[in-house]
Ligand binder design. Structure first.
Ligand code: GLN
Length: 492
């Protein structure tokens, strides 16, 4: 048997259920993998070694005493996972990568965390992230940057870069990330993992520290499509504590994964993406190879248009900043967050607490947010962006009448070096292929499709609202044919 920590969620779950390995053994293997790899990649913020081992032992005991629930009740029984630091775990420090929350101890579990726990998963650690999920590299974490397990000189992507690096380095088989403008799909792609951004409202945001509430979605990051399906099935579903959560039945996402062909499936190629000047040749080539493979599996490929793509960066960064500005108003040193010492006045308390607590990128977004919502500029910026958002959704709806799902690159380039991109605008433009899907609120599955100069390339499948099962089915057939699943970064 290969090293325990390399197994998929599904494989390890099955072996534990069959009694071939113990949950404690697997947890210990993943923890020692963390010891080996953390010095290089820095994927984690808080570890729960002792608690995790104790929880694993309790599961092993339950199994030995015949108290193991059925696989339907506990589909992740005994498998170790990690969780982005934007989600709360009761009694575990939660900072969302920000100094302003340095001493925050959440009194409750996020909905997705509750679901993982009741499915039997063992949460090993909280993963690093860009501060309040604002960024594309994890360099904006207030604590330390994370590094790409494929090449430690390079970024793992962001903002869920810690989760992606943790999965790619086999510290765990699955992690939770969040995607506001690409933060699951982009780091998954840069680290060679699978990442699924569900339809807006599919997963409850209860217990997620908000960045831009009308965009934020929680989703799985794994090394295989099947594992993503398994995790989504666990975390999806209605929760009355999030008023935007959809009350729609949760299908068995793993059920449709056995089709190995794509006959009858029509895939749309958005002209504006594949013809984009930012798309580098190596990424384009890997995506084209995956496309011809899709064709040989029986899919029909058609060109479609998303005509408002070029406005997505501007519309997203206006709207996300506006929402971020209002969401972060609560961290004022009085109600929440870090409080400055010896303030001279109330004003001084607010200003210094927020200046000391928030990093540069977050401050930039708050300023932009306040500006675009101010009375003189609301119509020119915020309202305009909201109108563009509507048009982008319409583009997707129209394109998805001509096909079942869209295929597109995730990031125009492979992982770049730490410190290489420092102009904020340049960084924002790197998100050109991910943002519009969040503006539209639709689901997207990022798949590893190969390498370019030794670095992973990701491609995304984008679909209609609540059509995750179809994306997973197509993704599984493609990944099987490509043989890109389960790849672990060679460096480690
Ligand atoms: N890079 C984008 C931003 O900084 C998206 C981040 C995200 O999805 N959380 O806003």
């Amino acid at each position: 048997m290969s090293a325990l920590y390399r197994m998929s969620l599904k494989e390890s779950r099955d072996l534990i259920r069959a009694g071939d390995i113990r949950a404690e053994e697997l947890t210990a293997a993943c923890l020692s993998r963390m010891d080996e790899t953390e010095g290089t990649i820095g994927a984690l913020l808080v570890r729960r070694d002792a608690e995790a081992l104790e929880e694993a032992r309790a599961l092993d005991l339950a199994r030995a005493e015949g108290r193991m629930p059925s696989v339907e009740e506990a589909p992740l029984w005994g498998v170790p996972v990690t969780v982005k630091d934007a989600l709360t775990l009761k009694g575990v420090p939660c900072t969302a990568g920000s100094r302003i929350l340095e001493h925050f101890m959440p009194p409750y579990d996020a909905f997705a965390v509750e679901r993982l726990r009741s499915a039997g998963a063992i949460i090993l650690a909280k993963t690093n992230m860009d501060e309040f999920a604002m960024g594309s590299t994890t360099e904006h974490s207030a604590w330390h940057p994370s590094r790409n397990p494929w090449d430690a000189e390079r970024v793992p992507g962001g903002s869920s870069g810690g989760s992606a690096a943790s999965v790619a380095a086999c510290q765990c088989a699955g992690a939770l990330g969040t995607d506001t403008g690409g933060s699951i799909r982009q780091p998954a792609s840069l680290c060679g993992c699978v990442g699924l951004k569900p339809t807006y409202g599919r997963v409850s945001r209860y217990g997620l520290l908000a960045y831009a509430s009308s965009f934020d979605q929680i989703g799985p990051m794994t090394r295989s499509v099947e594992d993503a399906a398994l995790m989504l099935g666990v975390i999806a579903g209605y929760d009355k504590r999030d008023s935007t959560c959809l009350d729609a039945p949760v299908p068995d996402y793993t059920a449709a994964l056995n089709d190995t062909h794509l006959k009858g499936v029509k895939l749309g190629l958005p002209r504006e993406f594949f013809g984009h000047e930012a798309l580098c040749p190596g990424v384009k080539k890997a995506c084209e190879e995956a496309m011809s493979l899709a064709r040989s599996l029986g899919a029909e490929l058609v060109e479609v248009s998303l005509p408002h793509t070029e406005y997505s960066v501007a519309a997203y960064y206006v709207m996300a900043a506006a929402e971020a500005g209002s969401n972060l108003a609560r961290y004022d040193g009085v109600r929440y967050g870090h409080r400055a010492e010896n303030p001279a006045s109330l004003e001084d308390l607010y200003v210094r607490s927020r200046t000391e607590g928030f990093g540069e990128e977050v401050q930039r977004r708050i300023l932009v947010g306040a500006y675009v919502l101010s009375s003189g500029y609301y119509d020119a910026y915020y309202r305009k962006a909201a109108q563009v958002r509507r048009l982008i959704r319409r583009d997707y709806d129209e394109a998805l009448t001509q096909c079942d799902a869209l295929l597109a690159p995730v990031s125009p380039v492979t992982a770049w070096k730490l410190g290489e991109v420092h102009d904020p605008l340049q960084m924002y433009f790197m998100d050109i292929f991910t943002l519009s899907l969040n503006l539209a609120g639709l689901p997207g599955l990022a798949l590893p499709v190969g390498l370019s100069e030794g670095l992973p390339v990701g491609m995304q499948l984008m679909g209609r609202a609540l059509d995750e099962a179809l994306l997973l089915r197509i993704g599984k057939a493609l990944a099987d044919a490509l043989g890109t699943e389960g790849q672990a970064a060679p460096l480690l």
